[in-house]
Design a binder for this molecule. Sequence first.
Ligand code: SAH
Length: 548
Amino acid sequence: MKKGKIYVVGFGPGDYEHITKRAVDALQESEYIIGYKTYVELIAHLVTAKSIVSTGMTEEVSRAQEAVRQAELGNIVSVISSGDAGVYGMAGLVYEVLIELGWTQDTGIEVEVVPGISAINSCASLLGAPVMHDSCTISLSDHLTPWTVIEKRIEAAAMADFVIAFYNPKSGRRTRQIVEAQRILLQYRSPATPVGLVKSAFREKQHIVMTTLAEMLNHEIGMLTTVVIGNSSTFFYDNKMITPRGYQRKYTLGEEKQPLKPHQRLKKEAEPWALDQETGYAKSGFEKIVVKKKTNESPLELANEALALVGGQRNEPSKGQTLAKPIVQQKIESIFEIGVSPGVANKFFTPEQMRTLADVIGENGTMEYTPDHKIHLKIPTENPLEIIGILENVGFLLAPTGDYLNLKACDFCYGEKTDAIPYAEALQRDLGGMKLPKELHIGFNGCGMACYRAVFDDIGIVYRKKKFDLFIGAKPVGRTAHAAQPVAEGIEPEALVPLVTRIIEEYKENAHPNERLFKYFKRVKRILNYDYQDMSCKIEVEPAPCGD
Ligand code: SAH
């Protein structure tokens, strides 16, 4: 006899575009399609099955039993679920029926679960990107699950700042559950928390509402709605609900938020909340909160202690008493990054400037001296404009960090060299802080000594005999570092700023993202009318003798 097979097919949200190819193939191969009648109608146009068994909503067990019976008779059967069949769908039920009959994979009929796009994913895509971070689904149906268990899950998810997708939020007879869920959530999350309501995603009567935790019950919620609750950092932007990927964003002067570079990730400085690789303890923000397990404490006492710590309070609950629940405050921490120096041609800090620096970084910021003569500040703040104002007030020159143009000039040690200072200042004024494909440093030196090492910068400018020499394309770092190529000598002072501007414009326009000036010069072989020459010197290195 022909061996039967059961496909348990998730057909996605309900339109043809979002069903997988495997699901369509399975449906077309099947002789029997078994499912809830609304769903069978949704996919009817896709199938050629000789028999379609549609049943009512609550007859799930008989649906699964019928599927098994038909498969055991040698038929190929598809049991269908909307979304994914393994998410509050038919997959588990089919296995339960089979197991009851003593089924095993080796001896019994073949079973294949075909995955589909679940409501959490289809609804999220219509809302924007609300899921993104750790999330969970909770079904509010207490038809097969005790409400006390559901309540605990809502509370745990609320407390742990999960993004939550509520399935089965409400039906004609079940109306209290979503009200209770909101009440529990409000104990832990702000009333302004973004909430998305999606009804009938990718179906004819699709309806999307953006609301808040406080307001959500003022809108229609029904059997076909999925309710997506944001976490404490979810926000609305242009009618989209978005959860950022993490809890911290970095930004600098005139720049949107910047992502961390790979080498900065999970480092104490950049991600202070990560699990410390050495101690194994989590660092909580900038505070030190370490919960050590004392063996004589009960789990309840430990949990209460942890809650009290998170809430910033240390109540001692008496027996049977529970602690006030803290609102989860895991706000995004914005770190403002900026480089400061005393000026283009000035290397002296005033006491007032030093005091101001200490004030603006406060207890939680950092300042770091950099190789390009700046102090790099990282300041946790929501108000960068205020910081900028304070720093400018005491005469600091401010520079963004990252892929920007930076100018570094010597301090023009002797009087007669100071003729060049206005040109350095003009370059800073016109080009300083310009966004470029990659960081670019201009070194500006007042004499042929070039002690500020202009010839080791992306662009080097050296003032000599009242004219300028120009160098392009040093490779300042790495084992194959090399000086910049001298491209022009004796440039008239008035011609300098327009010439450098044209070089920068050409590079900005044509370089690939992340392509530093020396790489660009090497690739295109010509900048303005300057031809590229290879400045790297290749030295054959003798291998070290054995034993050294
Ligand atoms: N297996 C399904 C879930 C079945 S439970 C899946 O993976 O998506 C039924 C609940 O799913 C509904 O109450 C609703 O909350 C959600 N749901 C299913 N399809 C949906 C759709 N197209 N739009 C919005 N919500 C949907």
